[in-house]
Ligand binder design. Structure first.
Ligand code: NHR
Ligand code: GAR
Length: 214
Protein backbone atom coordinates (compact mmCIF):
# COMPACT_ATOMS: atom_id res chain seq x y z
CA UNK A 1 0.00 0.00 0.00
CA UNK A 2 1.70 3.21 -1.08
CA UNK A 3 -0.39 5.49 1.13
CA UNK A 4 -1.06 4.83 4.80
CA UNK A 5 -3.50 1.95 5.30
CA UNK A 6 -6.81 3.24 6.74
CA UNK A 7 -7.88 0.88 9.52
CA UNK A 8 -11.34 0.76 11.11
CA UNK A 9 -11.67 -1.27 14.31
CA UNK A 10 -14.99 -2.80 15.47
CA UNK A 11 -15.31 -3.46 19.19
CA UNK A 12 -17.88 -4.39 21.83
CA UNK A 13 -15.89 -4.16 25.04
CA UNK A 14 -12.63 -3.36 26.77
CA UNK A 15 -10.67 -2.79 23.58
CA UNK A 16 -7.30 -4.01 24.84
CA UNK A 17 -6.59 -5.40 21.37
CA UNK A 18 -7.64 -2.04 19.93
CA UNK A 19 -5.08 -0.42 22.25
CA UNK A 20 -2.35 -2.81 21.10
CA UNK A 21 -3.17 -1.94 17.47
CA UNK A 22 -3.22 1.81 18.15
CA UNK A 23 0.18 1.50 19.86
CA UNK A 24 1.48 -0.66 17.01
CA UNK A 25 0.32 1.90 14.43
CA UNK A 26 2.19 4.64 16.31
CA UNK A 27 5.37 2.73 15.46
CA UNK A 28 4.29 1.86 11.93
CA UNK A 29 3.72 4.79 9.63
CA UNK A 30 2.01 2.49 7.13
CA UNK A 31 -1.20 2.11 9.12
CA UNK A 32 -3.57 4.47 10.88
CA UNK A 33 -6.66 3.72 12.94
CA UNK A 34 -9.10 6.23 11.42
CA UNK A 35 -12.24 5.08 13.20
CA UNK A 36 -13.51 2.89 16.01
CA UNK A 37 -17.07 1.57 15.95
CA UNK A 38 -18.83 -0.13 18.83
CA UNK A 39 -22.22 -1.83 19.06
CA UNK A 40 -22.18 -1.13 22.82
CA UNK A 41 -22.34 2.49 24.04
CA UNK A 42 -20.43 1.73 27.26
CA UNK A 43 -17.51 -0.11 25.64
CA UNK A 44 -14.28 1.04 27.31
CA UNK A 45 -12.56 0.85 23.93
CA UNK A 46 -14.45 4.02 22.94
CA UNK A 47 -12.67 5.88 25.75
CA UNK A 48 -9.33 4.50 24.58
CA UNK A 49 -10.08 5.84 21.10
CA UNK A 50 -10.95 9.28 22.51
CA UNK A 51 -7.64 9.33 24.40
CA UNK A 52 -5.85 8.76 21.10
CA UNK A 53 -8.03 11.36 19.32
CA UNK A 54 -9.55 8.75 17.03
CA UNK A 55 -13.05 9.29 15.68
CA UNK A 56 -15.70 6.96 17.10
CA UNK A 57 -19.21 5.85 16.21
CA UNK A 58 -21.69 3.72 18.04
CA UNK A 59 -24.17 1.59 16.12
CA UNK A 60 -26.61 0.17 18.64
CA UNK A 61 -29.07 -2.50 17.58
CA UNK A 62 -32.73 -1.51 17.83
CA UNK A 63 -35.21 -3.87 19.37
CA UNK A 64 -36.80 -6.05 16.65
CA UNK A 65 -34.31 -4.91 14.04
CA UNK A 66 -33.25 -7.70 11.64
CA UNK A 67 -29.60 -8.61 11.22
CA UNK A 68 -29.58 -7.30 7.67
CA UNK A 69 -31.11 -3.97 8.76
CA UNK A 70 -28.49 -3.64 11.50
CA UNK A 71 -25.65 -4.58 9.17
CA UNK A 72 -26.83 -2.03 6.59
CA UNK A 73 -26.46 0.69 9.23
CA UNK A 74 -23.12 -0.73 10.35
CA UNK A 75 -21.94 -0.81 6.73
CA UNK A 76 -22.80 2.89 6.31
CA UNK A 77 -20.86 3.74 9.50
CA UNK A 78 -17.82 1.74 8.37
CA UNK A 79 -17.83 3.07 4.81
CA UNK A 80 -17.79 6.65 6.05
CA UNK A 81 -14.16 6.02 7.00
CA UNK A 82 -13.23 4.52 3.60
CA UNK A 83 -11.19 1.77 5.21
CA UNK A 84 -8.54 -0.35 3.54
CA UNK A 85 -8.80 -2.83 6.43
CA UNK A 86 -11.59 -3.68 8.88
CA UNK A 87 -10.41 -5.21 12.16
CA UNK A 88 -12.77 -7.09 14.49
CA UNK A 89 -11.35 -6.78 18.01
CA UNK A 90 -13.73 -8.38 20.47
CA UNK A 91 -16.71 -7.49 18.28
CA UNK A 92 -19.48 -9.73 19.59
CA UNK A 93 -22.06 -9.73 16.78
CA UNK A 94 -22.18 -12.26 14.00
CA UNK A 95 -22.14 -10.43 10.65
CA UNK A 96 -24.36 -11.20 7.66
CA UNK A 97 -22.96 -12.71 4.47
CA UNK A 98 -23.65 -9.42 2.65
CA UNK A 99 -21.59 -7.41 5.10
CA UNK A 100 -18.72 -9.92 5.03
CA UNK A 101 -18.75 -10.11 1.23
CA UNK A 102 -18.31 -6.35 1.01
CA UNK A 103 -14.96 -6.63 2.86
CA UNK A 104 -13.75 -10.04 1.71
CA UNK A 105 -9.95 -10.12 1.93
CA UNK A 106 -10.02 -6.83 3.83
CA UNK A 107 -11.47 -7.90 7.18
CA UNK A 108 -9.69 -9.80 9.94
CA UNK A 109 -10.68 -11.14 13.36
CA UNK A 110 -8.88 -12.38 16.44
CA UNK A 111 -10.46 -15.43 17.95
CA UNK A 112 -9.48 -16.80 21.37
CA UNK A 113 -8.72 -20.40 20.41
CA UNK A 114 -6.37 -22.42 18.26
CA UNK A 115 -8.71 -22.62 15.27
CA UNK A 116 -10.22 -24.82 13.91
CA UNK A 117 -10.78 -25.84 17.54
CA UNK A 118 -13.56 -24.06 19.47
CA UNK A 119 -15.33 -21.75 17.06
CA UNK A 120 -17.98 -19.59 18.74
CA UNK A 121 -18.07 -18.52 22.37
CA UNK A 122 -16.68 -19.59 25.80
CA UNK A 123 -13.51 -20.95 24.25
CA UNK A 124 -11.30 -20.84 27.36
CA UNK A 125 -13.71 -22.89 29.46
CA UNK A 126 -14.18 -25.35 26.62
CA UNK A 127 -10.40 -25.88 26.31
CA UNK A 128 -10.14 -26.49 30.08
CA UNK A 129 -13.14 -28.84 30.09
CA UNK A 130 -11.62 -30.84 27.24
CA UNK A 131 -8.39 -31.28 29.24
CA UNK A 132 -6.29 -29.60 26.53
CA UNK A 133 -2.72 -28.87 27.51
CA UNK A 134 -2.42 -26.01 25.09
CA UNK A 135 -4.69 -23.18 24.01
CA UNK A 136 -4.23 -19.84 22.32
CA UNK A 137 -5.51 -17.31 19.82
CA UNK A 138 -5.84 -17.09 16.05
CA UNK A 139 -5.95 -14.15 13.67
CA UNK A 140 -7.90 -15.03 10.53
CA UNK A 141 -9.50 -13.44 7.51
CA UNK A 142 -13.27 -13.18 8.00
CA UNK A 143 -15.48 -15.17 5.64
CA UNK A 144 -19.27 -15.62 5.94
CA UNK A 145 -18.89 -18.90 7.85
CA UNK A 146 -18.23 -18.08 11.51
CA UNK A 147 -14.60 -18.32 12.69
CA UNK A 148 -13.75 -20.41 9.63
CA UNK A 149 -11.74 -18.05 7.42
CA UNK A 150 -8.09 -18.86 6.65
CA UNK A 151 -5.76 -18.54 9.64
CA UNK A 152 -2.97 -15.97 9.35
CA UNK A 153 -1.15 -16.26 12.67
CA UNK A 154 -1.61 -18.20 15.89
CA UNK A 155 -0.04 -17.95 19.33
CA UNK A 156 -0.05 -20.82 21.82
CA UNK A 157 -0.02 -20.86 25.59
CA UNK A 158 0.17 -23.85 27.94
CA UNK A 159 -2.89 -24.70 30.03
CA UNK A 160 -1.82 -25.14 33.65
CA UNK A 161 -3.40 -27.77 35.89
CA UNK A 162 -6.12 -26.28 38.08
CA UNK A 163 -6.26 -22.84 36.48
CA UNK A 164 -9.63 -21.30 35.74
CA UNK A 165 -10.93 -19.75 32.53
CA UNK A 166 -10.18 -16.18 33.68
CA UNK A 167 -6.53 -16.98 34.39
CA UNK A 168 -6.15 -18.76 31.08
CA UNK A 169 -7.90 -15.92 29.23
CA UNK A 170 -5.48 -13.41 30.72
CA UNK A 171 -2.45 -15.27 29.34
CA UNK A 172 -4.12 -15.70 25.95
CA UNK A 173 -4.85 -11.95 25.93
CA UNK A 174 -1.15 -11.13 26.32
CA UNK A 175 -0.41 -13.20 23.24
CA UNK A 176 -3.25 -11.54 21.32
CA UNK A 177 -1.66 -8.16 21.95
CA UNK A 178 1.59 -9.43 20.44
CA UNK A 179 0.21 -11.04 17.29
CA UNK A 180 -2.64 -8.74 16.23
CA UNK A 181 -0.56 -5.58 15.62
CA UNK A 182 1.94 -7.67 13.66
CA UNK A 183 -0.77 -8.94 11.32
CA UNK A 184 -2.11 -5.38 10.84
CA UNK A 185 1.42 -4.32 9.94
CA UNK A 186 1.81 -7.12 7.38
CA UNK A 187 -1.51 -6.15 5.79
CA UNK A 188 -0.61 -2.45 5.72
CA UNK A 189 2.65 -3.25 3.91
CA UNK A 190 0.69 -5.15 1.25
CA UNK A 191 2.33 -8.42 2.28
CA UNK A 192 -0.86 -10.22 3.26
CA UNK A 193 -3.62 -11.27 0.87
CA UNK A 194 -6.54 -13.66 0.65
CA UNK A 195 -7.34 -15.43 -2.58
CA UNK A 196 -9.65 -18.42 -3.21
CA UNK A 197 -10.26 -18.71 0.52
CA UNK A 198 -6.56 -19.02 1.34
CA UNK A 199 -4.18 -16.62 3.08
CA UNK A 200 -0.80 -15.65 1.60
CA UNK A 201 2.18 -13.82 3.09
CA UNK A 202 4.59 -12.42 0.49
CA UNK A 203 2.82 -14.61 -2.05
CA UNK A 204 3.51 -17.80 -0.05
CA UNK A 205 0.57 -19.90 1.11
CA UNK A 206 0.10 -19.75 4.88
CA UNK A 207 -0.47 -23.21 6.39
CA UNK A 208 -3.47 -24.19 8.55
CA UNK A 209 -1.74 -23.25 11.84
CA UNK A 210 -0.83 -19.80 10.63
CA UNK A 211 2.58 -18.46 9.72
CA UNK A 212 5.56 -20.34 11.18
CA UNK A 213 3.86 -23.15 13.08
CA UNK A 214 5.74 -24.02 16.30
N1 NHR B 1 -19.18 -12.80 11.26
C1 NHR B 1 -18.94 -13.67 10.28
N2 NHR B 1 -19.85 -13.72 9.29
N3 NHR B 1 -17.86 -14.49 10.25
C2 NHR B 1 -17.00 -14.47 11.27
O1 NHR B 1 -15.94 -15.29 11.23
C3 NHR B 1 -17.21 -13.59 12.37
C4 NHR B 1 -18.33 -12.75 12.33
C5 NHR B 1 -18.61 -11.87 13.39
C6 NHR B 1 -17.80 -11.86 14.50
C7 NHR B 1 -15.93 -12.79 15.85
C8 NHR B 1 -16.28 -14.11 16.57
C9 NHR B 1 -15.20 -14.61 17.49
O2 NHR B 1 -14.02 -14.34 17.31
C10 NHR B 1 -16.70 -12.71 14.57
C11 NHR B 1 -16.38 -13.57 13.51
C12 NHR B 1 -19.66 -13.27 18.07
C13 NHR B 1 -20.24 -14.52 18.17
C14 NHR B 1 -21.66 -14.68 18.69
O3 NHR B 1 -22.13 -15.79 18.87
C15 NHR B 1 -19.53 -15.62 17.75
C16 NHR B 1 -18.25 -15.46 17.25
C17 NHR B 1 -17.67 -14.20 17.15
C18 NHR B 1 -18.38 -13.10 17.57
N4 NHR B 1 -22.41 -13.58 18.89
C19 NHR B 1 -23.78 -13.56 19.34
C20 NHR B 1 -24.72 -13.16 18.19
O4 NHR B 1 -25.87 -13.64 18.24
C21 NHR B 1 -23.99 -12.57 20.47
C22 NHR B 1 -23.19 -12.91 21.67
C23 NHR B 1 -23.11 -11.79 22.71
O5 NHR B 1 -23.61 -10.68 22.47
O6 NHR B 1 -22.51 -12.06 23.77
O7 NHR B 1 -24.34 -12.37 17.31
O8 NHR B 1 -15.49 -15.42 18.40
C1 GAR C 1 -10.41 -10.98 23.00
O1 GAR C 1 -9.88 -11.98 23.84
C2 GAR C 1 -10.89 -11.59 21.71
O2 GAR C 1 -10.11 -12.68 21.30
C3 GAR C 1 -12.26 -12.03 22.10
O3 GAR C 1 -12.75 -11.03 22.97
C4 GAR C 1 -11.67 -10.42 23.63
C5 GAR C 1 -11.79 -8.92 23.45
O4 GAR C 1 -10.91 -8.26 24.31
N1 GAR C 1 -13.12 -12.14 20.98
C6 GAR C 1 -14.22 -12.85 21.02
O5 GAR C 1 -14.50 -13.57 21.96
C7 GAR C 1 -15.10 -12.71 19.83
N2 GAR C 1 -16.25 -13.52 20.01
P1 GAR C 1 -10.59 -6.73 24.11
O6 GAR C 1 -11.92 -6.00 23.97
O7 GAR C 1 -9.88 -6.34 25.37
O8 GAR C 1 -9.72 -6.60 22.89
Amino acid sequence: MSQSCRVVVLISGSGSNLQAIIDGCDDNLNANVVGVISNKPDAYGLIRAHHSEIDTSCVIAYKNETRSEYDARLLAAVEKYQPDLVVLAGFMRILTDDFVSRFLGKMINIHPSLLPKYTGLHTHQRAIDAGDNEHGASVHFVIPELDSGPVILQAKVPVYAGEDAAELAERVHEQEHAIYPLVVKWFSLGRLTMSDGKAYLDGELIGPSGYAPD
